[in-house]
Design a binder for this molecule. Sequence first.
Ligand code: PLP
Length: 325
Amino acid sequence: IFNFAAGPATLPENVLLKAQAELYNWRGSGMSVMEMSHRGKDFRSIIEKAEADLRALLNIPEDYAVLFLQGGATTQFASVPLNLCQPDDAVDYLVTGSWGDKAFKEAKKYCKPKVVWNGKSENYVRVPSFDGLELSPNAKYLHLCANETIYGVEFKNYPVPGNPNGVLVADMSSNFCSKPFDVTKFGLIYAGAQKNVGPSGVCIVIVRKYLIGNAQEITPGGLKEVEKKNERKAGVLYNAIDESKGFYRCPVEKSVRSLMNVPFTLEKSELEGEFLKEAEKEKMVQLKGHRSVGGMRASIYNAMSLAGVEKLVSFHEGFPGKAYL
Ligand code: PLP
C-alpha cells in the first residue's frame, strides 16, 4: 500500500516491525513501553534518546526546551497564547490556510490577535510578500503555519516579527523535519508528529526556555484548581444535608469532612430503600453506603461534575416524605 493520507502517514516497515517487537518486550526488560513506569529508567532512556536525537538532527541550542506533549497540534492553538501572552496583549497572525485560521480563532479567546494578512479571498494559493506586511510593533508574537496541509502552501522563508522583542511562532505540523531549518529564528515551533516523524498522539514543541513560566492565570492545570472545584461540589452537597433540619444527616465532624466521599443517612432509615430506588430512576446510581456502615454515600471524585452534584441536591430537596418541608 502507498498511503497518501495527510496523516497519519506511512511509517517505514522496518521501523514498524522493530516497534512491534519492542512493544512486546523492550530491550529484554520483559515489559512493553505501555507497562513501564514513566519515571523509571527504561522509559527515561527512551524519551531522553528521542530528545537527544531531535536536538542533534535540528541543531537545537541548549536555550530551547524540547517538549513531547499530548493533545495534538490543535491543543497548541490555545496553549501558545495562554503561555506566551496575557489577555490584553497584541499578537499577529498570518493566515495562509485553514489551520492558520483555526489557530487565530482559538487565540481570540485568550488575547488580542490580529490577522495581518489573509489569503482566503484568493483561495489560499500564496503567502504574502514580507515587504508590504503591516506587522504590529507591540505584538508578543507573530504566528504562521509553515505548511498549510489542506491547501498545499508552504513558506520557503520566514518573516521577522514587527516587534523586536516579539518572537516568531510556527505550526510546522506538516513539514516538520522534512528539510533543515534554523531553529533560532523561532521563539516556538510546534508540530503534531503524525506526518513526518511518528504516529499520531504526540505533539512536539520546541520553545525558547525564557518564554516558559509566564502562563495566564486561567491556564488550566494544577491541583489547586482541581481542589477549588472539589470544594465547591462538596460544599453544595454538605450544605444541603446540613440545612435539611435533620432529615438528612452526615455523621462526620465538620472540620474533617471528605471532599471525595460524602456519607449521609436519612433520619427515617426505613426510607433509604425508596431513596435509592427513586434516585436510580433519575439516573443517579451507586449511592448506597458501604455495606459495613449502611446509609448512603455519594462519591464525588474529580470527574463528577458540579451539575451531577446539583442534580443530587435537587433530588434531596424533592424526595417525598421530607418532614422538614
Ligand atoms: N496544524 C496543521 C498544519 C495540520 O496539518 C494539522 C492536522 O492535520 C493540525 C494542525 C492539527 O493537528 P492535530 O490533529 O495533531 O491536532
